[in-house]
Design a protein around this ligand. Structure first.
Ligand SMILES: NC(=O)C1=CN([C@@H]2O[C@H](COP(=O)(O)OP(=O)(O)OC[C@H]3O[C@@H](n4cnc5c(N)ncnc54)[C@H](O)[C@@H]3O)[C@@H](O)[C@H]2O)C=CC1
Ligand SMILES: O=C(O)[C@@H]1CCC=N1
Length: 270
């Protein structure tokens, strides 16, 4: 698998830090990465850190990992180091390719990559969409995304906010589900920490099993539910009036629509 040789990370926070962790685990050398931060002076072992924008265009890729609302703070400085040999990879929710291309007009191409925090374990689905990317750069981007889990190119950018809600925000929703299971069990009489432990291990095992199984989640659920047994009674509650499916549709809709609002704000900004 190929990777870019000289990567600048602007916004080395939770998400970009987790990506770097995944790439290091995949064998990308730490010396590949330079972090830009206006004041920070410490970087993980082997990585460089800079507090000023360098002269020239020394990077073949830039990961933009600041909060979407902070893009304006770094865009002008960053634009000076993004030349025709630099691929811009943004992980920002709700900032469209057109906004990125306008900010970085000389780039080799602009990419939106939507990961989740499981990149650290190299188990994140990574949605991708790009503009102006040549085949070689596209292959390198695909390889680098695949190192963090999977590379999932989207047919249309219009799908990006929904995919972000599902695959990027998704872990947050799953964590709520785990908490709700534990809280329910606590209300019904289990000791809280034990309930959390059981809920956590159950979800970990169930997800691993589903990921490995050729059967659909619906089939797996049927296999858990013995006829006339306990599981079916519980599933009946989730399924009544499509309660869980409707709740999750609304959850995804709310997250997706926030992405659309953020995209509109980023469009207006610059
Ligand atoms: N947290 C998550 O699960 C996911 C986050 N994202 C995206 O990742 C981006 C970052 O999110 P988090 O990592 O959660 O936030 P964070 O707050 O942990 O990271 C942002 C980083 O940017 C740094 N920063 C702030 N101003 C800067 C400047 N002027 N120059 C350089 N660095 C600067 C901060 O010190 C911080 O380390 C967001 O745009 C978000 O949409 C995408 C997918 C999932
Ligand atoms: O909450 C957010 O906006 C970002 C996008 C996906 C996960 N975190």
């Amino acid at each position: 698998m190929t990777h870019f040789q000289n990567i600048l990370i602007v916004g080395f926070g939770n998400m970009a830090g987790a990506m770097a962790e995944g790439w290091l685990a995949a064998g990308v050398p730490a010396a590949t990465f330079t972090i830009y931060h206006p004041t920070r002076t410490e970087a993980p072992a082997g990585m460089a850190i800079i507090n000023d924008w360098p002269d020239g265009e020394p990077f073949d890729a830039v990961i933009v990992g600041v909060k979407p609302q902070k893009l304006g703070d770094v865009a002008d400085g960053l634009e000076r180091v993004v030349g025709p040999g630099t691929v811009v990879i943004s992980i920002l929710a709700g900032v469209e390719l057109a906004s990125l291309a306008r900010r970085f007009p000389r780039a080799r191409g602009v990419v939106r990559l939507m990961p989740n925090l499981a990149v650290a374990l190299r188990k994140s689905p990574n949605a991708l969409i790009a503009q102006g990317l040549d085949d070689a750069a596209r292959q390198t981007v695909t390889d680098m995304a695949a190192m963090l889990g999977s590379a999932e190119w989207l047919a249309e950018e219009a799908q990006f906010d929904l995919v972000t809600a599902l695959a990027g925000s998704g872990p947050g929703f799953v964590y709520r589900f785990i908490d709700a299971l534990a809280a329910g069990a606590t209300r019904l009489g289990l000791e809280h920490e034990q309930a959390q432990r059981l809920a956590m291990q159950m979800v970990e095992g169930a997800a691993a099993l589903a990921a490995r199984s050729p059967d659909s989640p619906a089939d797996l659920a049927r296999r858990v539910a013995s006829p006339g047994g306990m599981t079916q009674k519980g599933l009946d509650v989730l399924d009544e009036d499509d309660a869980l499916a409707r709740l999750l549709t609304e959850t995804l809709r709310a997250a997706r629509d926030r992405g659309r609002e953020m995209a509109a704000a980023a469009r207006d900004e610059g």
